[in-house]
Design a protein around this ligand. Structure first.
Ligand code: GFB
Length: 305
């Protein structure tokens, strides 16, 4: 989802010399294949969006795969970027790197100030390792790698698998299917009380190009930030409870049935609102409103799924 959004944005901005490989052509978990790719193609700029990701149940059910695949992919790419003289690299993570009970909104400097949310601790530890790998290579080798932490993303090419997906695509699919079958209610996981901040993936792609294209002074200021070097949040500030999100999706889809909450399913973090003042001060703001983004995600689902 993130990679395809970045490619759309690069192409829209006129970039032509893109090095794109499908999963079949290049297995990012293979040290040998990644090493060959970098030494032959010699990319100058790397957007590291590839990851094993999933919603709250996938994250807590497949912890071994999540920690292994993410550590392997990012280690292969970051290390080979250094070996092959990549100029700039953006490493994408997630706001789940911050402590479960972090003060809100979460500033970059709150990293490692408290324990993680248990449902996604394995994934978060892998992402934290990536942040420290970028920082450590910057410090030892003088590379220019920046870690970018978006909040909960959604949009075109999202995963609509009901067990593995994140909440927004799951709600779109569940509520649409309930409407089609004439069901009286839809089951929503958890209490409905957690708060989440959502960002449409095309806004994230715009933020990534904005950061990759920063002038040297601004980019180096981010890399050398005294309290949180080489780490920047990208959020929308559009925070909403899961209950209100479900009501919004119900409205967009046009379903008139009830919402039933399943307390057996985990809530996860009570709240994770990113403090995006760093990127705002540099001049970037998101532009896609949550409701508009849901309308277009629902359209994408109807056309493609
Ligand atoms: O999006 P989500 O799976 O992940 O769940 P997290 C967000 C909230 O929505 C939780 C509730 O409180 C869920 O219980 N929810 C309600 C549902 N109905 C559903 C449903 O049908 N499906 C899903 N998936 N959730 C993820 C992390 O945490 O956030 C990842 O696991 C990553 O590591 C990602 O950081 C951004 O927001 O809780």
């Amino acid at each position: 989802m993130v990679g395809s959004a970045i490619v759309r944005r690069l192409e829209a901005d006129g970039y032509k010399n893109l090095l794109l490989k499908s999963r079949k052509e290049l297995d990012l978990c293979s040290q040998e294949q990644v090493a060959n790719f970098f030494s032959i193609e010699k990319p100058e700029y790397v957007f590291l969006a590839a990851a094993r990701v999933g919603g709250i149940i996938a994250n807590s059910s497949y912890k071994g795969e999540f920690i292994h695949d993410n550590l392997t992919i990012q280690n292969n790419i970051i290390h080979n970027s250094w070996l092959n003289g990549v100029k700039r690299l953006l490493f994408l993570g997630s706001t789940c790197i911050y402590p479960k009970f972090s003060p809100q909104p979460m500033k970059e400097e709150y990293l490692l100030t408290g324990s993680l949310e248990p449902t996604n601790d394995a994934y978060a530890v892998a992402k934290i390792a990536g942040i420290y790998q970028c920082r450590s290579y910057n410090q030892q080798y003088g590379t220019e790698y920046l870690s970018v932490m978006p909040n909960n993303l959604y949009g075109s090419n999202d995963n609509f698998d009901l067990e593995k997906s994140h909440v927004l695509p799951a709600l779109i699919r569940k509520i649409h299917e309930a409407k089609q079958s004439g069901d009286k209610y839809v089951t929503i996981w958890g209490s409905g009380n957690p708060l989440r901040e959502f960002l449409q993936v095309d806004d994230l792609a715009a933020a990534c190009l904005f950061l990759m294209n920063l002038d040297d002074i601004s980019y180096n200021t981010l890399l050398n930030d005294k309290v949180a070097p080489a780490l920047i949040n990208v959020g929308s500030g559009e925070e909403i409870s899961i209950r209100d999100l479900a009501l919004l999706v119900r409205d967009v889809v046009g379903f008139s049935g009830e919402l039933v909450f399943d307390a057996e399913k985990p809530d996860g973090s009570p709240r994770k609102l990113a403090d995006s003042s760093k990127i705002h001060e540099l001049g970037w703001q998101h532009s896609i409103k949550l409701r508009d983004g849901i309308v277009s995600a629902y359209r994408w689902f109807m056309e493609n799924y």
